[in-house]
Design a protein around this ligand. Structure first.
Ligand SMILES: Cc1ncc(COP(=O)(O)O)c(C=O)c1O
Length: 413
């Protein structure tokens, strides 16, 4: 593990500024990044173009659960780069079957449909549920409905933003895709009310990441499981951010002993090396697809499969889940002290994942993030005064404590 090095608080030097202004001139402004330009990274640490080091407390929104430059993943990728990287699904390749078998087994499921990004996997789950609804459940053609939760984040495609409740994500992108019903997250009675004979699926994040790491009330996921089973509706768990170790378990649903019908996975499945996503389910559900009905040129490519196979092997040891659980307990107890001290209004989360609502008198989430950046810690704000903490699961306790020290310093605690 990398040891702690003090981070000098200085103004962003000229090289950083000139890089950012050139980036601003030639890239669409669909992001508002912190003013840091990363050049290299290792484990939980990143180094910028000025040679300054930062502790990564975001981990690519959980895509980097295994840390930057994880040797096992880099070696797996390198070995595959020398063999074959892309075949398209027009042909078989010799890593595909193993990837699907291993991932299905990790999920306790039977079939895998690989894609690349999270949004593509969510789109795939939507198509799967609709087709299952027509072909298996017997919903009249064109009538399938999917129930989703308010404050959801499932990606950025036109269909997905159609059922977003975030005005910023949605405005100006209509006309919207119909067929979605939105209920308040965590409200089982509202969900029960919304499910009709035409409902084919309930699509939920077991913990809402982008909304500020919102953990649903105890019993909610189990209630969703019971209701969906009762009403012959698929329970689709979007575990793109919550899954693969982040919460201290392989899947966040496990905290309530729940197994959904469909897992949607992404982010950490590609180990922060390549984009890999997948829909994982039973033969009854994913078996509805026939050749030509869905696909992707890059989905399930040999390089993606090789890296994801290593990710799966690492998760099989349970080591990363255990680390997330242990360090997570420490993280939450330290953050809890800040709540007690009145510096922080609320902390939510599970495992090595926290949404921290800072008292607005200390500044907006963005301002807090910038102050942390000046002290060598990178986090990201969301929704006003909330910051998200989700370091790579390989972070050392010493580094995590150093990061927390910087947060305490910013809050004058
Ligand atoms: C729960 C969830 N679903 C879907 C996505 C979309 O993934 P991607 O950005 O890879 O399309 C995200 C990304 O943050 C996510 O957190």
């Amino acid at each position: 593990m990398t040891s702690v090095t003090p981070h000098p608080a200085e103004d962003a030097p000229a090289a950083t500024e000139s890089y950012i202004s050139s980036s601003d001139a030639h890239s669409a402004h669909n992001y508002h990044p912190l003013p840091v330009v990363v050049a290299t990274a290792d484990g939980a640490w990143m180094t910028d173009v000025e040679g300054r080091r930062y502790l990564d407390m975001l981990a690519g929104y959980s895509a980097l659960n295994f840390g930057h430059g994880n040797r096992r993943l880099i070696e797996a990728a390198k070995a595959q780069l020398e063999r074959v990287t892309l075949t398209s699904r027009a042909f078989h390749h010799d890593r595909f079957a193993e990837f699907c078998t291993e991932l299905a087994e990790l999920c306790g499921m039977e079939m895998v449909l690989p894609m690349n990004t999270g949004a593509e996997a969510v789109e795939t789950a939507v198509k799967t549920a609709r087709k299952w609804g027509y072909r298996v459940k017997g919903v009249p053609d064109g009538r399938a409905r999917i129930v989703v939760a308010s404050d959801n984040f499932h990606g950025r495609t036109t269909t997905i933003v159609s059922f977003s409740t975030d005005a910023e994500a949605r405005a100006d992108f209509g006309p919207y895709t119909p067929g979605f019903d939105i209920v308040p997250y965590g409200d089982l009675a509202a969900l029960r009310e919304a499910v009709t004979d035409e409902t084919v699926a309930v699509l939920l994040e077991p913990i809402q990441g982008e909304a500020g790491v919102l953990v649903p009330p105890p019993g909610y996921l189990a209630g969703v499981r019971e209701l969906t089973r009762e009403r012959s509706v698929l329970f689709i768990a979007d575990e793109i951010q919550s899954g693969l170790g982040r919460t201290g378990r392989t899947f966040a649903c496990e905290h309530e002993g729940v197994v959904p019908d469909v897992y949607v996975l992404g982010k950490a499945l590609g180990g922060g090396v390549v984009p890999v996503s997948a829909v994982v389910s039973s033969k009854d559900v994913l078996g509805v697809f026939r050749p030509g009905e869905h696909g992707s040129t890059f989905g399930g490519n040999p390089l993606a499969c090789a890296v994801a196979l290593e990710v799966i092997a690492m998760l099989r040891t349970g080591e990363f889940q255990q680390r997330a659980a242990e360090l997570g307990e420490h993280l939450h107890s330290e953050l809890g002290l800040l709540v007690g001290a009145g510096k922080v209004a609320q902390v939510r989360g599970r495992g090595l994942w926290a949404g921290v609502d800072i008292d607005p008198s200390y500044g907006t989430g963005r301002e807090i993030s910038e102050k942390l950046m000046d002290r060598g810690v990178l986090v990201k704000d969301t929704h006003g005064s909330t910051i998200r903490i989700a370091p790579p699961l390989v972070i050392s306790k010493e580094d995590l404590d150093w990061g927390l020290d910087q947060l305490r310093a910013v809050l004058g605690a």
